[in-house]
Design a protein around this ligand. Structure first.
Ligand code: C5P
Length: 214
């Protein structure tokens, strides 16, 4: 079946403080261009949700739609703009995406209908009590969920439509598929897939780009 990559990039980038995040450059290329170029070899089309009134940055080879008020709204609009059988949803804010990861999550989605990249947690986890150590949380079996996430478009669209109707908010699409009753396969991700959120993350991204682009 046909595969489309859907990129929600309609956020305002408030925490980074540099305007819409997709337009921020790392080593001379926008976050959006980096994500689009990583996905293009694997899919038949790339569709990007942009902030109202914005256009694609120069050099980004994708189709654009206007996003919504939340990430969830933006993804629903992207799903409605596609007629692919399988969709892959990826945050523009995660620019360091390797081909092996894309292939792995798409293979898992074709096999089971729903999959996400996620990273087994390596650090000790603690629930804070104010600013102090509250209690340790058992780390075994915990994964930090990343993107890309992939699955059958009909399942994801049905989950989004029902969530919008029932006012159910989710932070990601694999979570919505699970909420809708589908088993979601976890595909081991990579540390380079961190989400560029804070100014510190941007410094890390600049340093990583020097290696990644070489
Ligand atoms: O804000 P956060 O980093 O969690 O956003 C994750 C992704 O969702 C970003 O790529 C952002 O551009 C996108 N987003 C969107 N529409 C919104 C809010 C966020 O497409 N209304």
């Amino acid at each position: 079946g046909r595969v489309a990559a859907l990129i929600p990039a309609a956020g305002s980038g408030t925490r980074l403080g540099r305007g819409p995040k997709a337009y921020v450059t790392v080593a001379g290329r926008t976050l959006l261009e980096r994500s689009v170029e990583a996905l293009r070899p694997h899919v038949s089309e790339v569709i990007v949700a942009l902030p109202e009134g914005e256009t694609l940055p120069a050099g980004v080879r994708a189709r654009a739609v206007t996003g919504g008020g939340t990430r969830q709204d933006s993804v629903r609009l992207l799903l409605e703009a596609s007629d692919a059988d399988v969709v892959l949803v990826h945050d523009a804010a995660r620019p360091f995406l390797g081909a092996g990861t894309v292939r792995a999550v798409l293979d898992a989605a074709r096999a089971s209908g729903a999959a996400t990249v996620a990273l087994p947690v390596a650090d000790t986890l603690v629930r804070a009590d104010g600013t102090g150590w509250g209690e340790r949380v058992e780390r075994a079996g915990l994964w930090a969920v990343q993107t890309p996430q992939a699955g059958r478009r009909d399942w994801l669209l049905a989950a989004h439509t029902r969530a919008a109707r029932e006012g159910h908010a989710a932070t990601d699409d694999a979570g919505l598929l699970h909420w809708a009753g589908h088993a979601v396969t976890l595909v081991p991700g990579e540390a380079t897939l961190f989400k560029v959120t804070t100014p510190g993350d941007l410094q890390l991204a600049e340093a990583l780009a020097a290696m990644w682009d070489a």
